[in-house]
Design a binder for this molecule. Structure first.
Ligand SMILES: Cc1cc2nc3c(=O)[nH]c(=O)nc-3n(C[C@H](O)[C@H](O)[C@H](O)COP(=O)(O)OP(=O)(O)OC[C@H]3O[C@@H](n4cnc5c(N)ncnc54)[C@H](O)[C@@H]3O)c2cc1C
Length: 323
């Protein structure tokens, strides 16, 4: 089998496929060049990856987190507990490449061409930018700031062991303003950006499969692309002789749920005033298993009820399938 691209998608599906096929990855660069990433991922998906491919990610975890914390412009917040991690993604990707080669796979660097599985990354999307800052940020959660002053999507702070990833959909100048607002001091160690494809693309063309960012698999709510790759590569390998079935199973999987798209649309339409009201309703909440008080607060803003319901649905799917 020929796979295009030695990013997470190409390597993960390559490791899966090596159980039953000879696999060659064509990579246009002369070495592994990891793309930009906030490096956040949930632990269940890493265990799933280990189970399916035998690749153990433990050594590449920079910091464990207890879940995600969502913070609104008025500083109200709630948490969603799911064990997760912030990876050292560059070494994680390098290690997968090494294991792929040790297991008998071939990577042809500086090479491109026809393939069976296209994992060549995003062709379009929104622009995400990120700093890695020389600061040890004291939090056990991935923090998501739902504040339109900085980004129409959200701004993230993902704490690593000794440094911190701070990023958003927008421009570097927006991160600068956010860092000033948060009074985060520290040297910027790296500045990187990339496309985040949030609109579904082709999953198949004829007999050719598309996986990962080349198929627009990023979750439109969390913007995470690694977890969909882990689940979709399993579906792909099970249906390697039946592209139509791959397409149908991916589209039926919770990672493709219309609930994600529909909350992303609500979020795009919110002003900071709306977000403050949501903050008021959800403040202090701890999902899963919301405490009762936020439900009563909802009655103060009846027009928000369907949007909060949609938020709940989208969050549940995102926490299970798509950080
Ligand atoms: C700022 C930012 C933050 C993010 N944060 C997170 C996060 O915290 N968690 C998360 O889950 N996801 C995150 N993502 C998304 C995640 O990084 C991507 O979904 C993931 O990298 C996609 O992997 P991929 O293998 O599909 O594509 P890529 O990582 O882009 O790899 C594609 C590979 O294909 C090669 N290639 C391209 N064209 C060709 C060709 N024609 N021939 C041969 N080789 C080719 C490239 O050189 C590259 O090696 C983030 C993305 C951005 C931009």
């Amino acid at each position: 089998m020929k796979v295009l691209g030695a990013g997470p998608a190409g390597l993960i599906v390559g490791l899966h496929l090596l159980n039953s096929k000879d696999v060659t990855i064509l990579e246009k660069e002369s070495r592994i060049v990891p793309s930009t990433c906030g490096e956040g991922i949930d632990l269940n998906s890493l265990y799933e990856l280990n189970e399916r491919t035998g690749f153990n990610s433990d050594r590449y975890i920079s910091k464990f987190v207890k879940g995600a914390k969502f913070i609104y412009p008025n500083q109200k917040s709630f948490t969603y507990s799911t064990l997760g991690a912030v990876l050292d993604r560059d070494s994680w990707v390098m290690a997968m490449a090494e294991e792929f080669i040790n297991d008998g796979g071939v990577i042809e660097f500086g090479s491109t061409g026809r393939c069976d599985i296209d994992c060549s990354g995003p062709k379009s999307g929104v622009v995400g930018v990120q700093y890695n800052v020389d600061v040890k940020y004291d939090s056990d959660y991935l923090e998501f700031y739902m504040d339109k002053r900085f980004s129409d999507y959200y701004t993230w702070i993902f704490p690593k062991k000794n440094t911190t990833n701070i990023g958003l959909v927008g421009k570097y100048a927006d991160i600068d303003r956010f860092i000033e607002y948060k009074k985060i001091e520290g040297r910027v160690l790296s500045k990187k950006g990339g496309l985040i494809p949030i609109e579904n693309g082709n999953l198949i063309k004829g007999n050719r499969f598309f996986l990962g960012d080349s198929a627009g698999m990023c979750n439109p709510v969390s913007l995470g692309g690694l977890v969909p790759i882990i689940y979709a590569s399993d579906i792909l390998v099970r249906n390697i002789d039946n592209p139509e079935k791959y397409r149908a199973e991916v589209l039926n999987h919770p990672m493709s749920s219309p609930a994600l798209e529909s909350y992303a649309k609500y979020h795009a339409s919110f002003s900071n005033n709306d977000l403050d009201k949501i903050g008021e309703v959800v403040d202090g909440g701890a999902l899963p298993g919301f405490r009762l008080s936020p439900l009563f607060r909802m009655l103060k803003y009846p027009s928000l009820i369907p949007k909060l319901k949609s938020l709940g649905e989208a969050l549940k799917i995102s926490m299970d399938y798509g950080w």
